[in-house]
Design a binder for this molecule. Sequence first.
Ligand code: URA
Length: 436
Amino acid sequence: MKQHPARLIAKKRDGGELSAEEIRDLIGGVVDGSLGDAQLGAWLMAVCCRGMTAAETAALTLAMRDSGRVLRHDHVTRPKIDKHSTGGVGDKVSLLLAPLVAAAGVAVPMVSGRGLGHTGGTLDKLASLPGYRTDLSAERFAEVLAQCGYAMAAPSAEIAPADARMYATRDISGTVESVPLITSSILSKKLAEGIDGLVMDVKCGRAAFMPPVERATELMESLVAVGQAAGIRMAALLTDMDHPLGLALGNALEVREVLRALDGDCPADLREVTLALGVEMLQLAGLEADAAKARTRLEQLWRDGSLRRVFTQNLRLQGGDPRVLDDHGLLGAAPHVVSIPAPRAGFVADVDPLELGRVVVDLGGGRRQPADAVDPAVGVVLRKVLGDRVEADEPLALVHARSAAAAEAAARRVLTAMPVGDAPAARRPLVLARRG
Ligand code: URA
C-alpha cells in the first residue's frame, strides 16, 4: 500500500470522504494482503457507521471490479443484460426469466450464487438437474451464451477477488448491513460479467435481506445510481418478500415447479414477477420501448413453446439430461412426504417466509455452515396461499423429508407459520416500486 492504512481508516472513522485513489489503494491492500485482517475489519466498520458518498461507492465498486478478471463478450452481438435478486424464499425466477428473455433476443451471462441463510440460491437449484454443470470455464461459458442466448455459471475465483475477502470479513464482523458495502459487493461482480445492463430485483419484507421498505428502497436507489455511474444501463424493481414466491420451497421441488411452468402451469405470483423483470430487461436491451408490448411479446414466447425450447437448448449445452423435462421423477424424491391438515375451517391468515425458509434449511435443503452438503429433494410445497379459503383437515402444505422424525418436526413448524383465521387477508402488490 502506498499510504499508511491507519490514516485512511481514521479518515473514514472521522466522517471524511476518501478519494478514488485512496480507495484503490485500500482495495489493492485487500487483494495483496498488505491490509491486515484487523485493518480490513476496522475500515469496514468505519464505512458501516459513517457511510459513503455516491462517488466513494462508485470508486469502491470499480476498484473491486478491477481487482480480478473483467469478462468481455465481444463475439455476442445481442445486448447483454443480466438480472440479480437480493434473495428470497421460493425465488426461482432466474430459471424462467433467462430463457424467456433469451428467446426474445437478449443475451444473459448469468453468474449465480449458492443459498445464503434462509434464502435459496440458483446454483443449488440447478444442481438438482441431473448432469447440469455450472462449473464452466470462461471459454465454455462464452460458447453457451453465444449458442442459446444464456449461460448460468458459478462465480469464478478470478472475478472480483476483493469481494470474496471483504464478504468473509463482513460476515464475521457485524458489517454486512451497509448499503455502500452491499452495493459495491453486488455490482463489482456483475460489472465483471461484461454486461451492458442490469435489472435488480430488490426484495423487501420479512424474508428479504433488507426487510423494511425504506432500507430496501435506499439499497435499490444506490444500486441504480452506482451502476449508472459505472457506465451500464440499470433498472430496479422493489418486490415483495413478505410471503414466499410460488408454491415450492426446496431445490428439486422448485425445479419441478419451473419445469411445469415451462408448459404454462405456473403460480400467478411467480409468473407476475418473472414477466415484470422480463419487461425491464427487454426495455434495457433496447428491444422494446413500450412496456405493454414487451409484456405481450414475453407472454407469447411463454405460450408458443419458445421458452421451453431455449430452456432445453441450454440444458443440453450445460450437460443436463433433457429426459427430465418429461420425467420429473429424475429430479429425485424425498422418502417421507407428510400432508399438513388445516386445524379448522377459515382463511389462511399468514404464510411466514422466514420461518418456512428456515424449515427448509433444517430439513437439509440449505446450509448452516458453508461446507454443508445440500439435500436437493427436501422442502415444503404449499397447497394454500395467503387469503385462501380452507376447510378443516384440508391440506395446507406438504413436507418432503429424509426421515419421519424430520417430517414431523417440520410439519409442526409449518402449521405455526400458516395460521388459519376468520377473515380473508390480501397480499400487498408484488411490485412495490421501480427505479431506473
Ligand atoms: N449479496 C452480495 O453479493 N453481497 C452482499 O453484500 C449482499 C448480498
